[in-house]
Design a protein around this ligand. Structure first.
Ligand code: HAM
Length: 412
């Protein structure tokens, strides 16, 4: 029979690889709960409209990358391309908001985008995501950035660059958009790529995000957002910068950073690494003060958050993620099979972690396997042990000792 293969852009994560993901999830849980965040699990499937309305019709994600299909009753559903929209939907639907109340959530899991797969870019990928609602203060922005940095530090990643920008608010962004449009109109339109020719009219900010070298060069002298911020946005951004500087977080200001999703206002940021090939962004996020309202929630609920790409972080993690074990039970005589099995059960009941051999093999093969699973001790059940009611304990450290003792005595 023909083999069935996985579809393009998805991966099977076997134990050594999935251990990296479990390690990141555990670190995220520890760090985020230390900031008062609680875990929120949201559905993978949502109504398509949720993403169109939040991420923005003009974004690449909505235009080209969503896994969208009709369900059996012909309703349009989409596999979530990111977590923020679903979290906002849950926040609104469950009426979490109360004036003055701050709510903090994190989640992690698979996301789906129909992109061209390459190292660090998958169609099913995984994010760790954190969001905070009800805090407009720049301290919230600073704390979110510091928490992200604390998480990245916890998993051993210290050489990453933080890039920051402010995208303004509904007050100042339209004025900037106009200035940008005027600039773009002064160019020879036909020199821009097809996407940018369209974006010029629909969402000029996106032109700054174009990956084409030619578009980048043409817009090199375009007016920048930070030069057009209103007084309040300027002050907000300056305070965020002052707070994180004071806290010792290193960053660079990138006036062209616009992010790939449309819901952002004010602070926007990306964390990048030069060590993982073409896909350099390992995390991204920002403030999205208007999104709760535009998804039918109460007016003026400020919010900010970020998501990390786990595939890209996994590429950067140092060291091996092999399991460590307390014991291995080696069976050298079939007659001792029952003793060996029951002995291993007892060890586990005593809080130890390890494996027992199911069949008798040469001691050489057993010891090779005990080393492979990083067992600290090997318990040997052979012919002598069976006949004398003993077990031989071998310390697996180099030059480790070997002792034989009565089987029952070990647990006394
Ligand atoms: P994003 O920048 O679209 O933001 O994605 C965040 C991170 O997810 C990226 O920096 C990247 O590491 C990873 N990522 C995105 N697409 C892929 C892919 N195809 N394969 C592998 N990794 C990928 C968001 O998703 C926002 N929801 C972040 C946010 C949360 N903003 C506010 N709150």
């Amino acid at each position: 029979m023909a083999k069935i293969q996985k579809i393009k852009g998805v991966a099977d994560l076997f134990p050594e690889e999935s251990a990296r993901y479990a390690f990141m999830e555990q670190a995220a849980r520890e760090v985020f709960t230390s900031y008062g965040y609680g875990e929120l699990r949201i559905p993978i499937l949502e109504k398509t409209e949720l993403f169109c309305r939040s991420i923005g019709e003009e974004t690449d994600v909505v235009q080209k990358e969503m896994y969208t299909f009709p369900d059996r009753k012909d309703r349009s559903l989409t596999m979530r391309p990111e977590a923020t929209a679903g979290i906002v939907r849950a926040y609104v639907e469950n009426k979490i908001h109360q004036p003055g109340k701050v709510s903090k959530y994190f989640t992690y899991g698979p996301m789906f985008r129909y992109e061209r797969p390459q190292a660090g870019r998958m169609r099913q990928f995984h994010q760790i995501d954190a969001e905070i609602f009800g805090a407009a203060e720049p301290q919230a922005d600073a704390e979110v950035l510091l928490m992200l940095s604390a998480f990245l530090g916890r998993i051993g990643l210290k050489k990453l660059s933080f890039e920051l920008n402010s995208l303004g608010c509904p007050e100042c962004r339209p004025k900037y958009n106009q200035a940008l449009k005027d600039f773009l109109n002064s160019l020879d339109r036909s020199e821009l790529c097809e996407d940018c020719q369209r974006r010029m009219d629909t969402n000029p900010l996106r032109v700054l995000d174009c990956k084409s070298k030619n578009c980048k060069a043409l817009t090199q002298n375009a007016p920048t957002l930070p030069d057009h911020l209103c007084g309040e946005c300027r002050e907000h951004f300056d305070t965020v910068i002052a707070l994180i500087s004071e806290a010792g977080l290193e960053y660079t200001l990138n006036p062209r950073l616009v992010r790939g999703l449309d819901y952002y206002q004010r602070t926007a940021f990306e964390v990048t690494s030069g060590d993982i090939g073409a896909q350099t962004a390992v995390a991204g996020g920002g403030r999205y003060d208007g999104l709760v309202e535009s998804l039918g929630g109460p007016k003026q609920v400020p919010a900010i958050g970020f998501a990390c790409g786990m595939e890209r972080l996994a590429l950067l993690l140092d060291g091996t993620f092999e399991a460590e074990n307390d014991f291995y039970v080696a069976l050298a005589d079939e007659r001792a099979a029952q003793n060996a099995l029951l002995f291993a059960e007892k060890l586990r009941n005593n809080g130890q972690k390890g494996e027992a051999a199911f069949s008798a093999k040469s001691m050489k093969a057993h010891l090779r396997y005990a080393n492979k699973i990083n067992a600290r001790r090997c318990f040997i059940f052979g012919a002598d042990e069976f006949e004398n009611g003993t077990v031989t304990v071998k310390d697996m450290a180099e030059g480790g000792e070997q002792t034989t003792m009565p089987f029952d005595e070990y647990f006394k």
